[in-house]
Unconditional design. Sequence first.
Length: 279
Amino acid sequence: MNYRHIYHAGNFADVIKHIVLMRVLDYLKQKDKAFFVLDTHAGIGIYDLDADQARRTAEADDGIARVMAHADTAPEAVRAYVDLVRGFNRGDEWRTYPGSPAITHSLIRDQDRMVVNELHPDDVVTLEHHMGRDDRVRVEHMDAYQVIKALLPPPERRGMVLVDPPFEVTDEFARMTKALIDAHKRWATGVYAFWYPIKDPRVIARWHNDLADTGIPKIMAVDFMIRPASDVTRLNGSGLVLVNAPWTLESELNTILPWLVSTLTKGAGSFTITHLTGE
Ligand code: SAM
């Protein structure tokens, strides 16, 4: 396990993933009934963007830093994300970046519950420290695909699962397909979000076909390119496959993503929203 998210915290991919996470949680909060969130690859929860590792890659400079710099022109949903990030910082300084566990923790209500899971032995300790003591939060130290089997379906029968792997293994796409099939058998009505890097779009197209072949309904893919994929060895974009996405999400993304294309990529990027399967 060599991957450490501190090198990438607050980059363009985090920005999109975390805005989508917030939109889904916001939707779930429209009903009083409790919901459950499972974050299968949680990371350490909160990131210091001044840390050596973060500065070495400076990926946040092309991600959250650009969003912050142009926040005054941002759509409402992006402003809510900016406000949430600002809440982890003091005044105009913003060197702390919340990961998915901290974002979810900020948004759940008294009746809601979350499980954050992390396999790295050092990172799970840091994660525990960052999450603090809260009866609504449980930290697990398991393989992500085992935690899905162990915890689904949740008793609440409402909620979401975020699957955000580091792609250190060559068969991660196949593992995610299998995880979706398993998870969907256990809990067909949960909202699922699977994150993936986009290097070669042909690889992504094949995976999308595999997902469509599962026959699982309501699968939507949101792909965001920071540049055309002329060199398929580079990280050219990132995507999220959403299952049972809130019906409001697509129209929200049609406002949010054009703004992110111009802010994060100066217009060089693009996005697509594709329905891989229907209702
Ligand atoms: N979701 C986090 C966020 O948005 O802030 C970032 C997670 S990072 C992309 C992926 C994390 O998965 C790393 O912290 C890594 O240690 C962890 N990881 C890698 N393999 C895992 C596995 N099989 N099960 C659980 N966690 C794993």
